[in-house]
Design a protein around this ligand. Structure first.
Ligand code: PEP
Length: 253
């Protein structure tokens, strides 16, 4: 039985005060279920990680980074390593979010290095995959997602895979208000789980958690998470409103 997992991606939003206020509001709204019947994580901007970690230290809410670099230290101006993330209490890191792929030009090869470095450094990667609108319209969803998963996980053993969460986020549904229908989400999640079975084994396929992301909100969360292969949600916009994010967390229970 896979435990549901709801993660919030705050992207480049909040400030030092509103980040802490939001974190505290989540603690009071979700402390009764977080970490017990549903795993919960929030991914604030790097500069607020430490403040958010302190604000939620009493709750079973984990903190994640929105990105990671694959080198440990040295002359990599502007980058953040796994050891730095661990040092400030981070448990998770998003790898290959669509905005990093499509706005910042990250390749599958780079994302694979990040996933690999995260695991080696004790950070749990959330590998994000998903097709563009034109790829869906050209019926290339399966091809694109298969390539992103194969290349993103290249070289990882089944043991290391157990540290990975996958997130299917159709790019056309991210921040657009368009949501994949539960059937559309389930179809791709099932395809991903089958692929993991082929690349690894049936145990890995059964155990890996696959989140859906793309305009998830309180009013569609339960139906999306009700799909057999949808194990939780990666939430952008709605994770910035404490009431909405708490409602989504409660919908996972
Ligand atoms: C995301 O950023 O991962 C995301 C799914 O955003 P939104 O919920 O705003 O579509």
């Amino acid at each position: 039985m896979r435990k549901p997992f709801v993660a919030g991606n705050w992207k480049m939003n909040t400030d030092s005060h509103s980040a802490v206020d939001l974190a505290k509001a989540l603690v009071s709204g979700a402390a009764d279920v977080a970490g017990i019947s549903v795993d919960v994580a929030v991914c604030p901007p790097f500069v607020y990680l430490q403040a958010v970690t302190s604000a939620i230290s009493t709750a079973n809410i984990a903190v994640g980074a929105q990105d990671i670099y694959f080198e440990q230290k040295g002359a990599f101006t502007g980058e953040i390593s796994t050891s730095m993330l661990k040092d400030v209490g981070c448990a998770y890191a998003l790898c290959g979010h669509s905005e990093r792929r499509h706005v910042l030009g990250e390749t599958d090869e780079l994302i694979n290095k990040k996933v690999t470095a995260a695991i080696s450094g004790g950070i749990l990667p959330i590998l994000c995959v998903g097709e563009l609108l034109e790829e869906r319209e050209a019926k290339k969803t399966s091809e694109v997602v298969t390539r992103q998963i194969k290349e993103g996980l290249a070289g990882l053993s089944a043991e290391k895979l157990s540290a990975v969460t996958l997130a299917y986020e159709p790019v056309w549904a991210i921040g657009t208000g368009l949501t994949a229908t539960p059937d559309q989400a389930q179809e791709v999640h099932a395809l991903i789980r089958k692929l993991i079975g082929e690349l690894y084994d049936s145990k890995s396929a059964e155990e890996i958690r696959i989140l859906y992301g793309g305009s998830a909100k309180p009013d569609n969360a339960a139906e999306l998470m009700g799909q057999e292969d949808v194990d939780g949600l990666l939430v952008g916009g709605a994770s910035l409103k404490a009431d909405d994010f708490v409602a989504i967390i409660q919908a996972a229970v």
